[in-house]
Design a protein around this ligand. Structure first.
Ligand SMILES: [Fe+2]
Ligand SMILES: [Fe+2]
Length: 153
């Protein structure tokens, strides 16, 4: 069998690039949601038992903004349009419930970035996969902070 034609290879790489752009826009909408939740929750979190985590959540908010900027830059670089859609932000007056909401969101985010790294690598987008690895490392730190605050570690 001969190698696939240039046209086929081109077509495949265009469609996988479109898949990555679509996925990154989901990731971007998820980052916007994370920013909103951390901004609101870091300023309303009550309870002496949550002393340290309020400060950490402010830090998370800034890091999620940096992630959003990086993901948007990567989408633009791939030739896509960064979304203005936001995933529906969640909120609870109950501090424990809100931390649980944030934890679930971080775990969902990590799962999605893992998938995106896999897609990027199978398409030869190595600069993208490296950028996503830096992001996922911080999401894992966020997950640890939330687990600590919830006494889950
Ligand atoms: Fe993030
Ligand atoms: Fe995060």
């Amino acid at each position: 069998m001969s190698n696939s034609s240039g046209a086929d290879a081109e077509g495949a790489s265009t469609s996988s690039k479109n898949e990555i752009i679509k996925g990154l826009n989901e990731d971007l909408a998820r980052e916007y949601k994370a920013i909103i939740q951390y901004v609101v929750f870091s300023s309303t979190l009550k309870g002496a038992e949550y002393g340290d985590i309020a400060e950490q959540l402010k830090e998370h908010a800034s890091q999620e903004l940096a992630h959003a900027l990086e993901v948007a830059r990567q989408i633009d670089y791939l030739g896509g349009d960064p979304t203005v859609e936001v995933k529906n932000a969640e909120y609870s007056q109950d501090s424990k419930k809100m931390l649980e909401i944030d934890l679930r969101q971080e775990q969902e985010t990590i799962k999605n970035y893992r998938e995106r790294i896999r897609q990027a690598e199978s398409s030869g987008e190595y600069a993208l996969s490296e950028a996503l690895r830096d992001i996922i490392r911080q999401e894992q730190d966020h997950e640890i902070d939330l687990k600590d605050a919830l006494g889950l570690r």
